[in-house]
Design a protein around this ligand. Structure first.
Ligand code: COA
Length: 173
């Protein structure tokens, strides 16, 4: 879909499920395991980021996974949902559910490329390029990134993991 000399953005296919699962675990742990790894965290990532779950997301007719790669190496992905009402704007059903760039490739513009490609897919599939997402309040790097791209805050949401709650900010593109 998009070409930036050596990086390419394309829709994920069934064969990408293993790589998407492995990348998700790496990025999730790097981003959120602030105090190291404990059993709750391990249970969460190993249950959530399986090849089977990624294959289900790739096959979801109300979703789309866009990935960015270099040659045949996965560098990051965006997971889009077209049927996910925003908690504070229920008429808005376009959600960017995940945006993960492999840690050693962060800061090279790949996240920005995936945002642009996601807006194009939302527009094409729903007639509306607007979408919402959530970001952990402590994830300052991502919050800076979204601010740079013009997102605005439209409320709070909670991420729950085995009874523990973490505050997320809801952002609108
Ligand atoms: C947040 C994230 C998606 C941004 O994608 P990216 O490809 O790294 O970002 P880009 O290169 O397009 O944009 C760079 C901006 O992002 C921020 N940033 C991203 N990576 C950074 C890094 N390694 N060091 C410093 N700033 C970084 C800065 O605000 C930077 O702005 P600048 O270029 O003016 O300095 C990516 O770093 C990521 O996957 N992080 C971990 C997972 C995550 O937090 N996802 C979002 C959850 S909602």
């Amino acid at each position: 879909m998009l070409n930036n000399t050596s990086f390419q953005v394309r829709a994920a296919e069934e064969r990408d499920a293993d790589n998407l699962a492995a990348l998700s675990i790496q990025v999730w742990l790097h981003t959120y395991a602030w105090h190291g790894i404990d059993s709750k965290i391990s249970r969460y990532v190993l249950a959530e980021y399986t090849s089977e779950n990624m294959a289900r997301k790739i096959a979801n007719p109300n979703g789309q996974i866009l990935l960015v790669e270099k040659g045949d190496h996965l560098l990051g992905y965006a997971a889009l949902l077209l049927d996910s009402p925003c908690p504070t704007m229920p008429d808005l059903n376009n959600e960017l559910a995940s945006l993960y760039i492999q840690t050693r490739f962060a800061g090279q513009g790949l996240g920005g490329q995936l945002l642009a490609a996601s807006a194009a897919v939302f527009l094409q599939r729903s007639g509306n390029s607007k979408y919402w997402l959530t970001v952990n309040e402590k994830n300052q790097r991502a919050r800076d990134f979204y601010q740079k791209h013009g997102f605005c805050e439209i409320g709070d949401d909670w991420f729950e993991m085995e009874g523990e709650r973490f505050l997320n900010k809801i952002l609108l593109a």
